[in-house]
Write a protein that binds this ligand. Sequence first.
Ligand code: 5GP
Ligand code: ZN
Length: 113
Amino acid sequence: MSDCIFCKIANGEIPSQMAYEDDRIAVFHDLEPQAPVHVLMVPKKHIASLDAAEAEDSALLGHILTTVKKVAAELGLENGYRLVCNCGQDGLQTVQHLHFHLLGKRQMSWPPG
Ligand code: 5GP
Ligand code: ZN
């Protein structure tokens, strides 16, 4: 999508602090980190939200999830981490391109706000 900020970051049009990249996904540091380590894992394909993902996206979503541990290890999250996907209005999704927040390097609490 031409006016999507995360599409532009993923294809390099807008510079970002990239933590990991391959042919299908990009991982970059959040502009407003909520933890000492806070990166966003996004598919290069524009998918508006988890709710908009289709069966044909299963391999792509699986690839993101199985890449988490590699990114976490590279970022030094040996004590654990949290993966968050905000979806839709109630989920407080503010950018309409599917992304998973990977947060770490601090003790998390529960329940989330
Ligand atoms: P959401 O609220 O949709 O789950 O998360 C969107 C995230 O994207 C927020 O944590 C916000 O700080 C981050 N964000 C928004 N715009 C930009 C940007 O232009 N660059 C980066 N690196 N992060 C952004
Ligand atoms: Zn997009």
